[in-house]
Write a protein of this length. Sequence first.
Length: 404
Amino acid sequence: MSLFYRITMEKLFPLALLLATVLLSAIDSVNGLPGSARPTLDPIRTSLLDEIHHNFTVKHGYHLSQSNTDFARRLFSKINSQGTSKNHFFSPLSISEALAIVSLGTRSNTKEQLCKALGYTNTSIPQPLVHEAFKLLLELLTNERDSLVSMGCSMYVQDGFRLEKKFVHDAKSYYQADTFNVDFRATENAKQQINAYVRNKTHGKIEEIFKTINPDSVLVIVNYIFFKGSWLKPFDPRNTRTDDFYVDASTTVKVQMMSRIGSYYAKQERDLFSFVVLLPYKGNASMVLLLPDEGKMNALEENFSVSKFLSVVQSLTTGYIELQIPKFSLKVSYKLKDTLMKLGITDLFDSQADLSGISTSQPLKVTQVKRFQVCYKEYSVTFDADCGEVNCGNSGRTFECLRC
């Protein structure tokens, strides 16, 4: 039976989970979600033991993707509870990855709090295998021949400051994090060095990850991600027109609205008080949009869960839709220290922090985590994120970590 819907995306569910959905579709598609076949690595396996280890790690990679998605939901819930009507957009995978790198060097209660907040203690993944699973997840997302995702990490260490060798080794082994010496006191040179590295790695798409550098830094961990997808079913620019977009019940603005009629996976979902539609990209990624029923934005936010979301996406059916969604660009900044503390990560940000696995040269603590940006086009969507900023130090020196 063929269905026809006319769907005008005049108000959309805040897009905090969007990039998590796009990136994790590469793994979730293996469990019945609409989409491409599972992306696979192609290592040369020389024994049955290698095969068993590979399958074991793939299973944990999938569980890790669920933990990351649940972390995204909880993080969004805390940000959204601040009561503002602003748009939300961030890369939860980048934040998870950057914090996972920090966790390599945490010890005692600091480590327990961090792993619990990230969801690693609530899965079937043994703690020693979390980073192995993360390694596989990142490979699945970036090692495809036609991968839509470019991401990576680098660490910059103040000349003369000593990091623990195991921390440097593990950051490279699991997260491909390169380590460089730099003089943060020469702030302009340090800024140019870091920005040039990220600009090169993202093929010029992220021009400036740092505008300023703290001269008291002893370590900066930079995490970057770039996603560019071309619609499998592109919007014709000739069909783009000005229309109303409802910011809230009392605010309407004029925007450029893209329009297309075609076959999509879609469904009216009562449990989430919304209409759900899946927009595929060329390759192995998709965007999932949720259009709240009139007056039901808060109900959608309150009832949204990872399990419900995955169940809904698995149950989507094809139908003909007149789809209208707004063109927009967003530039959103977040200071996530207070939000992460509400998720239970507290020791990391005070004098109780145990980061002795990163360095024993002096006490360190984290003091901040920050920001992001996105741009939409008719034929493609481009996301670039510089993931969080973390300052650490009890003795007047700072350890900057993450940039999201």
